[in-house]
Ligand binder design. Structure first.
Ligand code: MN
Ligand code: MN
Length: 323
């Protein structure tokens, strides 16, 4: 695989989107943002990849169909991001790496497959943007990140903590990825945060157990009094200059902004608040990110997959040099 810092490989101009001025955005075969497939170009700086896995859900299923729905919604995305002032698809080579293999009947096996395939995409320092899939996949993705970058600062947007120990005795579900990650030291405890937490819990002890893992929490209700800028400042102070991994469970958004998800909770963030916080990470060392838990069968007018496609667009934009 070509290396990012190889000057010979650098001379090839990035291949961007199919031109929306000559072929309208609703036409043609679907890749993320109408970008080239990984096999169409010699190298990549950023890989966008799908993980069609939802065998770890505890309520509504269907996130295995998330990657294809998000890709379809991503046809809307245009080449210039005015808020970050970058051209994310021409200042770097971004590719659609297709969907990773993952066994739908064996969660542990799927985890190994996801980790290996993700690692192959990033081993020379490339960035990874993942379209889920349920939240179980964050654990093997963090394992892959750890093999390249060591422990990362983890910012986790979610209505839920996802640090429970087991559910029906199962250790790997979409409610446990960050407990498993904590046990293996995959993230920096003093540099990590949950954002958007809300809703009912099984027990008050859930919050106490979570605090022991080293997360700080920006509760969704904190946004009643804190501005987006204040939340960003708090998070950036925490992250410092550590390599950053961002995991967005789409249920962090209010069901009005993201109805199609496995475990909806009332009283969530707006998509404007979430995009504003993500843009506030400009200049940080984003090494990987995911947007998970889009379950398209519950969607209306593609509200949820449009939100997810725009979140992925901000991730790719944040990877752009100079952002
Ligand atoms: Mn959630
Ligand atoms: Mn989650």
């Amino acid at each position: 695989m070509p290396r990012l810092n190889d000057p010979d490989e650098r001379t090839t101009a990035p291949v961007g989107q199919t031109d929306g001025q000559s072929s309208p955005r609703y036409a043609g075969l679907t890749t993320f943002a109408r970008l080239p497939r990984i096999q169409d170009v010699p190298r990549h700086d950023v890989a966008v990849v799908g993980v069609p896995f939802d065998s770890g859900v505890t309520f509504r299923p269907g996130a295995r169909f998330g990657p294809s729905a998000i890709r379809e919604a991503s046809r809307l995305l245009r080449p210039y991001n005015p808020r970050l002032d970058v051209m994310p698809f021409s200042d770097q080579q971004v590719v659609d790496a297709g969907d990773l293999p993952c066994n739908p009947f064996d969660i542990a096996q799927a985890g190994k497959e996801i980790e290996e395939a993700a690692h192959a995409l990033i081993r020379d320092g490339q960035r990874l943007v993942t379209l889920g899939g349920d939240h179980t996949i964050a654990y093997p993705l963090l394992r892959a990140m750890n093999r390249v970058h060591g422990p990362v600062a983890l910012v986790h947007f979610d209505a839920h903590l996802d640090t429970w120990d087991t559910y029906f005795d199962a250790p790997l579900t979409h409610g446990t990825p960050f407990r498993r990650a904590a046990e293996e030291g995959l993230f920096l405890p003093g540099s990590s945060a949950h954002v958007g937490i809300r809703g009912s819990l099984y027990d008050p002890q859930d919050l106490a157990d979570d605090a022991e893992l080293g997360f700080t929490i920006v509760h969704c209700a904190d946004l009643d009094t804190l501005t987006v800028r204040e939340v960003v400042d708090r998070l950036r102070q925490r992250i410092g200059d550590a390599p950053l991994y961002v995991s967005v469970d789409i249920d962090v958004l209010d069901p009005a902004h993201a109805p199609a998800t496995g475990t909806p909770e009332a009283g969530g963030m707006t998509s404007r608040e979430l995009l504003g916080i993500l843009r506030g990470f400009k200049g940080l060392d984003l090494v990987g990110a995911d947007v998970v838990e889009v379950s398209p069968a519950y969607d209306h007018a593609d509200i949820t997959s449009v939100a997810a496609a725009n979140i992925a667009y901000e991730f790719v934009s944040l990877c752009t040099k100079g952002s």
